[in-house]
Design a protein around this ligand. Structure first.
Ligand SMILES: CC(C)(COP(=O)(O)OP(=O)(O)OC[C@H]1O[C@@H](n2cnc3c(N)ncnc32)[C@H](O)[C@@H]1OP(=O)(O)O)[C@@H](O)C(=O)NCCC(=O)NCCS
Length: 232
C-alpha cells in the first residue's frame, strides 16, 4: 500500500494506492459482498481493493472500521463526517478521504496510454481541444487528453456528494498546467459551464472554479492519476 502525498494541498487528505488484490474479497462484509454478488471477478477484485484502501484510510484518520456500501446512484456511502472518493482500473485502486468539514474530494486513475482522438469531441469542449493541440506535441497529446478526461471524472466525484446532480462532459472546462520543472505532474483548473445543483445551498454557480492536480506514472499501472479538492 502506497501513501501518495502530492495529489492534494490539504494536509488532512489521506491518499492511498495499491495493486488490485485478489484476496481482498475475503475481507468484505456480508453487505459489501451483496453489492457485487452478480459482478464478474474483475469487478469484485477492484471493488474489494477499493474497500481495503478505504478502511486503511479511515484508520489513518482515527476513524473506526466500518463497511462502505454504495447508494442506488452508485456513489459510495461514507460514514458521517467523512468525504471520500474511490477509483480503480485493472491494475491499481486509489482512495482519497478527508474530514467532510474541510471539503469534498475526487480521485481518478487510468491505466491506458492515451485517449484516442476520435473520442475527443464527445468529452471535450472546442476550447479544450484547441488547448491540447496548442500546448502539447504529438508525443504527449493523447496522454494529456487522458489527463483531461480523468480530471472530469475526478471533479464529478468531488461535486456529486454536494449536489447529487449528474454532469455531462461538456458542462465542465478543464485547463491543464504542467509543472515547469517536472511536466509529469501539474495543476488542473476546473470551471463549471452551467449552474449545477442548488446554488443557494451546496451547488456550484456557472463559472465557479475547483482546483486539482495530475500525476503521470504515480505507481506501476497508474498511467494517469487526477485529484480534485473542493473546500467548504
Ligand atoms: C461515476 C464515474 C465518474 C466513475 O468513473 P469510472 O471510470 O466508471 O470508474 P472509477 O473506477 O474511476 O470509479 C468508480 C468509483 O466511483 C465511485 N462513484 C460512482 N458513482 C459516483 C458518484 N455519483 N459520485 C461519486 N463517486 C461515485 C464509486 O466509489 C465507484 O467505485 P465502487 O463502485 O467500487 O465503490 C463514471 O462512471 C460516471 O458515471 N461518469 C459520468 C459522469 C461524468 O464523469 N461526468 C464528467 C463531467 S464533469
Amino acid at each position: 500500500m502506497l501513501r501518495l502525498s502530492q495529489l492534494f494541498d490539504h494536509e488532512s487528505v489521506i491518499t492511498l494506492a495499491a495493486p488490485i488484490d485478489e484476496h481482498a474479497v475475503a475481507h468484505l462484509s456480508a453487505a459489501e459482498l451483496a453489492v457485487i454478488e452478480r459482478a464478474i471477478d474483475k469487478r469484485k477484485r477492484e471493488f474489494a481493493t477499493g474497500r481495503k484502501l478505504a478502511r486503511a484510510a479511515l484508520a489513518a484518520l482515527d476513524h473506526p472500521d466500518v463497511e462502505i456500501l454504495n447508494g442506488p446512484d452508485r456513489a459510495p456511502i461514507w460514514p458521517s463526517g467523512i468525504a471520500g472518493s474511490i477509483s480503480h482500473c485493472d491494475r491499481v485502486a486509489v482512495v482519497a478521504i478527508t474530514h467532510a468539514a474541510h471539503g469534498t474530494v475526487g480521485i481518478d486513475v487510468e491505466h491506458r496510454d492515451e485517449l484516442k482522438r476520435e473520442l475527443w469531441k464527445t468529452v471535450f469542449l472546442p476550447h479544450e481541444i484547441e488547448a491540447l493541440d496548442a500546448a502539447f506535441d504529438s508525443s504527449m497529446r493523447g496522454r494529456m487528453a487522458l489527463v483531461l478526461f480523468s480530471a472530469k471524472e475526478a471533479l464529478y466525484k468531488a461535486q456529486y456528494p454536494r449536489t447529487a446532480t449528474f454532469m455531462g462532459f461538456h458542462e465542465l472546462h478543464v485547463a491543464i498546467t504542467p509543472d515547469v520543472r517536472d511536466p509529469s505532474r501539474g495543476t488542473l483548473r476546473c470551471t463549471f459551464q452551467n449552474d449545477v445543483g442548488a446554488i443557494d445551498r451546496e451547488g456550484f454557480a456557472r463559472a465557479s472554479v475547483a482546483n486539482g492536480r495530475f500525476q503521470l506514472e504515480a505507481t506501476p499501472g497508474a498511467e494517469v492519476l487526477t485529484s480534485v479538492f473542493i473546500p467548504r
